[in-house]
Design a protein. Structure first.
Length: 276
């Protein structure tokens, strides 16, 4: 079992290392995607600031910090920010962003959240805000309570409550014969609220709605993207190997002038609680 978990962790590192390259390229080459992401980053940051979840004296832990988009924003106003991620490649991009912005108050930890011993690492009650945005790493049993142990004031996480993609839904119907479950996030949110209430916390919920029209190029990378999303994250490569061909054949049928139209609608749940 321990060997299986070690193999899964290596696979997860490789998966997010590979995604880091795609995400960095997307933000630099796809203006529509960049603007959509920037709007979400700004809305989230404004929400945290206006609800007094952090201020100029705050020390913040950003779990699953990825390319460092939130860490850089926080560091421009907060006292200190620590970004944590399982992917060393993600952290390379994050460090570049910190350097480009001339920030001196950001450090990084290259380690899975599940593996950190807060007490031995000196991270227990070390932060005023413990933050995690769309981060699978906190979804394991006890992940939210571990966030609480690292915080001396506030915790915040966000998940998709609903996420519908017209193209993903069509691919599901064509390849798997059933629609994509756009409501899958509700169960996770309900479980999180219940876990926090049982532990004695009183979490608050707020929602952020977003929609966009995306045009995907008709190429193998697009086919790989949608093939990989046909199954669970841990099996992404298996689904890419198995379904890229059939997905590409389907995309060729619906493409117009080399582009495939995708209408997306999402409802993101903001879950936050105070530990004091």
């Amino acid at each position: 079992m321990e060997k299986d978990m070690d193999n899964l962790e290596v696979h997860t590192k490789e998966l997010w290392d590979a995604r880091s390259v795609k995400w960095a390229a997307r933000d630099s080459e796809d203006e529509a995607a960049r603007q959509q992401n920037e709007a979400r980053y700004q809305y989230t940051d404004d929400f945290l600031w206006s609800h007094n979840l952090y201020d100029g004296n705050s020390e913040i832990l950003d779990i699953g910090c990825g390319l460092g988009m939130f860490a850089v924003r926080f560091a421009q106003k907060a006292k200190r920010v620590t970004g944590l991620d399982i992917s060393g490649k993600m952290l390379e991009y994050a460090r570049q962003s910190v350097e480009l912005n001339g920030l001196q108050n950001v450090d990084f930890i290259d380690m899975p959240w599940q593996d950190i011993d807060l007490r031995k690492s000196g991270l227990e009650k070390a932060y005023d805000l413990v933050f995690a945005s769309l981060c699978p790493g906190i979804s394991s049993d006890g992940g939210l309570l571990k966030m609480s142990q690292a915080s001396r004031d506030w915790c915040f996480t966000c998940h998709f409550a609903r996420r519908f993609s017209s193209l993903k839904n069509d691919v599901y119907l064509s390849i798997l014969g059933h629609p994509f479950d756009s409501e899958w996030g509700k169960k996770s949110i309900g479980k999180s609220v219940e876990e926090l209430l049982r532990a004695g916390y009183y979490p608050s919920l707020s929602y952020y709605d977003t929609q966009a029209l995306v045009e995907w190029p008709l190429d193998e990378e697009t086919a790989k993207h949608f093939a990989g999303h046909l199954g669970p994250l841990k099996d992404e490569q298996e689904y890419i190997d198995k379904y890229t061909g059939p997905v590409f054949d389907y995309l060729k049928k619906v493409a117009v002038n080399g582009l495939i139209r995708d209408e997306t609608v999402a409802k993101i749940a903001f879950l936050y609680w105070q530990v004091t």
